[in-house]
Design a binder for this molecule. Structure first.
Ligand code: NAP
Length: 131
């Protein structure tokens, strides 16, 4: 085995955009992909497409803003694949503002802290304090 072949890659925000493209690319190169997002219709379609092309994909509804949902996603990945080798923590929405508005903060400190805590829950689920 070399490179990405057979690696288990968990991808958040896999139902569209960069996450979807990453899933398709890595699955095409032999990775086993675990897909997460809130809208499971598109995850289902992507997992089917990857599987029909000879790849390995599984999906689970995921809301990265809810620690219990993150834990479910991790548990499901471990149940199906045994472990996670790589996390592509891509889920999110672009918070943008017109330059003319001169808004320098578009995410609250509380939301930022929660997002960071959830990301650490992926890395070390036993030790992470997501409360
Ligand atoms: N595109 C760019 O130019 C650009 C530039 C800089 C940074 N980024 C960042 O790159 C990431 C992907 O961007 P994109 O352009 O590919 O965006 P996108 O097409 O809107 O995709 C966002 C993905 O995140 C998922 N998502 C959103 N909120 C979620 C939540 N609470 N829990 C789980 N999944 C959630 C969405 O699915 P559901 O709605 O079904 O959950 C979707 O699959 C974002 O974090 C964005 O901020 C993008």
């Amino acid at each position: 085995m070399s490179g990405i072949q057979d690696k288990v890659v968990a991808i958040t925000g896999a139902s569209s955009g960069i996450g979807e493209a990453t899933a398709r690319l890595l699955a095409g190169r032999g990775a086993r992909v675990m897909l997460g997002a809130r809208g499971i219709g598109r995850l289902n379609a992507l997992a089917r497409e990857i599987t029909l092309a000879g790849g390995t994909a599984h999906y689970q509804a995921l809301d990265v803003a809810r620690p219990a949902s993150v834990q479910n996603f991790i548990d499901e990945a471990r149940a199906v694949f045994g472990h996670i080798d790589i996390l592509v923590d891509n889920a999110g929405a672009m918070a943008t503002a017109a330059l003319a508005d001169l808004r320098v903060t578009v995410i609250s400190p509380e939301d930022l802290a929660r997002a960071i805590a959830n990301a650490f829950a992926f890395a070390a689920p036993e030790e992470a304090d997501t409360g």
